[in-house]
Design a protein around this ligand. Structure first.
Ligand SMILES: *[C@@H]1O[C@H](CO)[C@@H](O)[C@H](O)[C@H]1NC(C)=O
Length: 214
């Protein structure tokens, strides 16, 4: 094989594996971060003799934070930063509770595919692909919808009672970008947003106020 062909082959193989990439494979059974030793963003693993069963248990999503009223929504993402037991394992999850009419605004996870299992209620649930085709339907208790990695998805409780889902991710840190907040809450220049969305300065001001972080 000529050197050129060998290079092409190597590049092809690297790209192929790149396309299959997810979180890296662990190189030990587990790695509970040792938060006492911090080297920039990277944590060493705790000495395994100091690890206990409680490092592998998370109790923070037993109950909804509070009883949700009409149009309310509350999501508790459980990534490795709140549940250190997940560190290096390539998975995480989220509990989302919806009052009647509650909405999980269009958003996406840059680093993970999500499966969303309906624990309770009836939820209009869907995503949009890169051709802007929508895949959406009302799903019920016990049903599961998958949201492919990086695609915009959304949910709304269309029942009369509270609804709950458990979302699972194939990344310990899936990331979350809410479309309204990313667009209207991020200090992108007003002129640009007015032109992009055909909004008056007053209309834009309302959206910025609603979705801004300040
Ligand atoms: C881990 O802890 C055990 C027991 O305290 C100790 O004997 C061992 O040297 C430690 N290992 C490391 C790498 O610090």
């Amino acid at each position: 094989m000529s050197p050129q062909r060998a290079i092409v082959l190597v590049v092809f193989v690297l790209c192929y594996y790149g396309a299959l990439a997810s979180d890296p494979d662990p190189v030990q059974d587990f790695c509970i971060p040792n938060t006492e030793v911090v080297q920039s963003n990277f944590h060493q693993c705790k000495n395994s003799s100091a690890v206990t069963v409680d490092d592998f248990i998370f109790t923070g999503i037993k109950n909804p934070g509070k009883k949700l009223g009409k149009n309310e929504f509350l999501a508790v993402p459980v990534s490795s930063s709140v549940f250190p037991g997940l560190n290096t394992l390539g998975v995480s999850f989220v509990r989302a509770d919806f009052g009647p009419g509650g909405v999980n605004v269009p958003h996406f996870h840059p680093r993970a595919t999500e499966t969303a299992f309906v624990i309770e209620g009836k939820i209009y649930s869907g995503f949009v692909d890169t051709t802007n085709r929508i895949f959406a339907k009302v799903i019920e208790k016990g049903e599961v919808m998958v949201f492919p990695r990086g695609l915009v998805h959304f949910q709304m409780n269309v029942g009369d009672s509270p609804a709950t889902i458990l979302g699972s991710f194939d990344s310990q840190n899936p990331g979350l970008m809410k479309i309204p907040n990313a667009v209207f809450g991020s200090d992108i220049q007003e002129e640009l947003l007015e032109k992009a969305f055909g909004l008056s300065s007053k209309e834009l001001g309302k959206l910025r106020k609603k979705f801004g972080t300040s």
